[in-house]
Design a protein around this ligand. Structure first.
Ligand code: UD1
Ligand code: CA
Length: 462
């Protein structure tokens, strides 16, 4: 059966107190609306319509690359009014699934069950039991309890502001998500009015119209309230972030990853891990990251779009972006690998070393306080403390090529473009500007001068 999805994303999000439209606030590094769209897409709908309004240009621009339909709701007169805007582009056949742009963690399986419950002939509501139902629309059921299961049929949804004190005690609430035969839904939408406590066109009033038309109203529910929690405030956003991270952490631990503390772990993208991976506290993974078998990541590392091969160790407080780390390599603490850093096997990058757009072949080492930019570094090269490649002349970047087994002493400036032949030695404190032949010793520094019995200046007596 054909499925159409309508996502409501026009609301203002007043309580976020933000210039940014609510559905563009991020959860796990992805905008709220991005989560909903991704989940909706797994249902392979024939049409996906997003209702925008508040900050419409920004929302549409953020998702412009993808194939979906935007309809605008101006002004925003309620959830029913929002879905009304989709009617002209909503196919008549099949089931329409209405989602909330600010309920990001809904699961595809739950939505599938809801669509199945609708079965092209019923109005299906996704509901949840909440200990504190305040603020939600309450599911009002018939008192006759006529069903075989002893639960009365749904009569209506009543909003908090319109509810009687007795209705406010109902703990079964509407999650804001429903599925209905598209043609019937269109008919009910056309009959909505704004005669209620908020003067809005409530989508929830379609329930009363379905009941009046003799169309069966059924419910599907979820035991996991995380799925149906909405984001209305920064505190709720932070709460959902922790819940999402807990999902990520649980999935990783399930696959064998050892997290020192699942409550101090953040993934904003995807993380693929081999066997026996260990991750200490406070790490942030962004974009696409992979960690090979036995890789270990120390505390407080930030790793983005990187591949870390088997057995590599990333020591604490290391920042890696757009880089790849070879098997058995040691990186950090306090190291920075920038885009284009490619480290071979057993490479050692120590504290306060920065590597950018450079390849370090197997066994190369830069253990302390170095900068390697736009360099090709051969096998087993050792770069001393305080040595750098001067790759930028103020206008252009130039490469430094260092052959295998070169030893660069401490505090050297390698002025690019430069080639240092294999096996060469660079004396400490040198500024090297010309090609160094293989196997040679190059020294480029002032000669030491000695003045015997040198008297230091003294302060005059007061
Ligand atoms: C709605 C439901 C309520 C349910 C709750 C679940 C109605 C009348 N009430 O209440 O029963 O328990 O969700 O969270 O539907 N939106 C628009 N245009 C508008 C108004 C809202 O696009 O004119 C969008 C919002 O951006 C949001 C969603 O609709 O994504 C829900 O709006 P919101 O104002 O949060 O609805 P509630 O009053 O919380
Ligand atoms: Ca809401």
């Amino acid at each position: 059966m054909a499925l159409s999805v309508v996502i409501m994303a026009a609301g203002k999000g007043t309580r976020m107190r933000s210039a940014r439209p609510k559905v563009l606030h991020t959860l796990g590094g992805t905008p709220l609306l991005g989560h909903v769209l991704a989940t909706a897409e797994t249902l392979a709908p024939s049409r996906c319509i997003v209702v925008t309004g508040h900050g419409a240009e920004l929302v549409e621009a953020a998702f412009a690359a993808d194939e979906r339909l935007f309809v605008r709701q101006m002004p925003q007169l309620g959830t029913g009014h929002a879905v009304q805007q989709a009617v002209p582009v909503l196919p008549d056949d099949g089931v329409a699934l209405v989602l909330n742009g600010d309920v990001p963690l809904i699961r595809a399986a739950t939505l599938r069950a809801l669509v199945d419950a609708s079965a092209g002939k019923r109005l299906a509501l996704l509901t949840v039991e909440l200990a504190n139902p305040f603020g939600y629309g309450r599911i009002v059921r018939g008192s006759e309890a006529g069903d075989a299961d002893g639960i009365g049929a749904v009569q209506a949804i009543v909003e908090e502001k319109d509810a009687t004190p007795l209705q406010r005690q109902i703990t079964e609430v509407y999650t804001g998500i429903l599925a209905a035969p598209a043609a019937l839904l269109k008919g009910w939408l056309a009959r909505l009015t704004d005669r209620n406590a908020q003067g809005e066109f409530y989508l929830t009033d379609v329930v009363a119209h379905a009941v009046a038309d003799g169309v069966e109203v059924c419910t599907a529910s979820t035991a996991d309230e995380t799925e149906v929690l909405g984001v209305n405030s920064p505190a709720q956003l932070a709460d959902l972030e922790r819940r999402l991270q807990r999902r990520h952490a649980d999935a990783l631990m399930e696959s064998g990853v050892r997290l020192a503390d699942p409550s101090r772990f953040d993934l904003r993208g995807t993380l693929a891990c081999g066997m026996d991976v260990e991750i200490d506290v406070g790490c942030v993974f962004e974009g696409e990251v992979s960690l090979g078998d036995g890789a270990r990541v120390g505390a407080h590392c930030v790793i983005r779009d990187a591949q870390v091969a088997a057995g590599a160790v990333i020591h604490p407080f290391t920042h890696i972006e757009g880089a790849s780390v070879g098997a058995g390599a040691l990186v950090g603490p306090f190291a920075r690998l920038r885009p284009g850093a490619t480290l071979g096997r057993e490479v050692h990058i120590g504290n306060f070393v920065e590597v950018k757009n450079s390849t370090l072949a197997d066994g190369a080492k830069a253990n302390h306080l170095a900068y390697l930019g736009d360099a090709t570094v051969g096998e087993r090269v050792n770069v001393g403390a305080g040595s750098i490649t001067a790759n930028y002349d103020g206008a252009n970047k130039h490469r430094t090529t260092i052959g295998a087994d070169v030893h660069v002493g401490s505090n050297c400036v390698l002025v690019a473009p430069l080639t240092i032949g294999a096996g060469a030695t660079i004396g400490g404190g040198s500024t090297i500007t010309r090609t160094v032949a293989p196997g040679s010793l190059a020294i480029g520094r002032a000669r030491q001068v000695a003045f015997a019995n040198w008297e230091r200046p003294k302060k005059a007596p007061q």
